[in-house]
Unconditional design. Structure first.
Length: 92
């Protein structure tokens, strides 16, 4: 059975999103962070659903888009590591 693990960078990204959005609309910020927290659970049943990012080979790094956010993750055996979250408009 697959398992999700959050990296400290991914958790920091969520906190950064909330801190950016909350001064404008705290409820919308909470909804966005909640959606981004729940979305990766779909990977448990289908970890290969995301687009593979070949520049990270031999690592198996993929990405999915949720709302306007990119979630990067890596599979290692039965573990899915959530690596980073970005808004699609962010410079990175």
């Amino acid at each position: 059975m697959m398992e999700l693990k959050w990296t400290s960078e991914a958790l920091s990204d969520l906190a950064r999103f909330y801190e950016f959005l909350a001064p404008v609309n705290q409820e919308a910020a909470a909804r966005a962070v909640q959606a981004l927290t729940v979305a990766p659970t779909t990977l448990l049943n289908n970890p290969r659903i995301g687009e593979q990012l070949f520049q990270f080979e031999p690592r198996k790094v993929r990405r999915i888009i949720v709302r306007q956010y990119e979630i990067r993750y890596e599979t290692q055996g039965a573990t899915i590591y959530l690596l980073r979250f970005w808004h699609t408009r962010e410079e990175r």
